[in-house]
Design a protein around this ligand. Structure first.
Ligand code: ADP
Ligand code: MG
Length: 256
């Protein structure tokens, strides 16, 4: 623990408290604004395997306050990723209303959803999903290729994002030349380079050892407290959920 604390202090990823006394919900009651940035009413999601319906989410109501850092827990197959994908506009509900950051996602077509995602959402995945043939800097620049920014402006923003995650000295490295924790930090830089309102993270520490997981969690905490990002994180890790301001549980398609 001590080594990891030192590391975190050194690269500035640590912002408040220490891991041994992980901040509880009560420690920062005013972190969220009280305004709902995600609002779901009567949301259901059913997949189809051939003609056979696979109901996954059943009539969910969910409000997430702007500025919150939420952890979503629950058994495997309970629909956590499905719910996260609905929040992120990667998919549409079968039924019900989903409003996220002022947009009504239920009524959007694919092009509108893509635009919504590129402006509003930053994604972080368990397996980083970096492009192996691109450097850290090029990976982080990728989301900006969809914008009208000039090449030099794109580079500048990607460099800034890599500095935020403490990887200014790894910009020209390829993913295979980085540790898992560093790869996830590149992925986080890629997620924030568009300055999204909401960060969604699907088991972001699932492939990391404790020390690297704690560093990634400290970084997410910093994005929440300093950069005011709303974060929705799916996790199995109780230590990860401890960092969040709110923990929800999903079981058999229902929030408990
Ligand atoms: P979790 O993330 O909680 O493990 P998921 O949301 O990934 O759960 O999946 C919940 C259920 O929905 C699973 O039974 C899974 O097989 C099913 N499912 C998820 N995505 C699809 C899809 N695209 N097509 C069919 N079934 C799916
Ligand atoms: Mg999942």
């Amino acid at each position: 623990m001590e080594t990891s604390e030192k590391e975190q202090a050194k690269d500035g990823a640590k912002t408040n408290g220490d891991a041994a006394a992980a901040p509880s919900k009560e420690a920062h009651p005013h972190r969220d604004s009280g305004k709902a940035i995600v609002s779901m009413q009567g949301v259901s999601k059913t997949f189809y395997r051939g003609k056979e319906p696979v109901p996954v989410l059943d009539n969910l109501d969910l409000e997430i306050a702007e500025g919150a850092f939420e952890a979503l827990m629950g058994p495997s197959g309970s629909g956590k990723s499905t719910l996260l994908n609905l929040i992120a506009g990667l998919d549409r509900p079968t039924r019900g209303q989903a409003r996220v950051a002022g947009s009504n996602l239920t009524d959007m077509n694919d092009a509108e959803l893509a635009k919504f995602r590129s402006r509003t959402i930053g994604f972080i995945f368990q397996q980083y999903n970096l492009m192996p043939v691109l450097t850290a800097l090029e990976n982080v620049e990728l989301p900006l290729l969809l914008t009208k920014l000039s090449g030099s402006e794109r580079k500048k923003r990607a460099q800034t994002a890599l500095r935020v995650v403490g990887l200014e000295n790894r910009m020209t490295h390829y993913p295979r030349q980085l540790s898992g924790g560093q790869e996830q930090r590149v992925a986080i830089a890629r997620a924030i380079v568009n300055d999204p309102t909401i960060i969604v993270a699907d088991e972001p520490t699932g492939d990391l050892d404790r020390k690297n997981a704690d560093e990634i969690l400290s970084l997410l905490e910093k994005l929440n407290t300093e950069f005011k990002k709303t974060i929705v994180m799916v996790t199995h890790d109780p230590a990860a959920a401890e960092r969040a301001t709110v923990t929800r549980r999903l079981d058999k398609g229902a929030l408990t």
